[in-house]
Design a protein around this ligand. Sequence first.
Ligand SMILES: [Ca+2]
Ligand SMILES: [Ca+2]
Length: 108
Amino acid sequence: MARLDQVITNVVDIFLEYADDGGKKHRLNKEELMKVLDIEIQSPELKGAINADDIEEAMKMMDKNQDGEVTFHEFCRCISNLAKSYYNKKTGKDKRGKSKEQEAEQEN
Ligand SMILES: [Ca+2]
Ligand SMILES: [Ca+2]
C-alpha cells in the first residue's frame, strides 16, 4: 500500500478498533482513549503534545463538545493538530512566535 493509503486506512482502523471495544460503538470513552494513547502513540513529543499521560487533560483537549466521548470527527481533528505541530517543529515555524490564529489563516 502507498504511504498515504496507509495513513488514511490506519487512522480509520485504529479509531474503530478501540472505539468499538466497549461502551458505545464508534465512540471512544475515557478508558478506550487511554488505551489508544498508550499503545498507538510512542513518540514522547507527540505524547506530550496531547498530554497523553494525563487522561483528564487529553480528554478535555480532544472531546470538543464535552459529551464525555471522542467521535471520529474529534479524533481526526486531534490527529491533524498533531501533524501540524510536528510540521511546525520540523520546519521551524513554531520558533517565530506566531499566534495560532495567524497560522490558521495562512493554512486555510
Ligand atoms: Ca466505545
Ligand atoms: Ca465528544
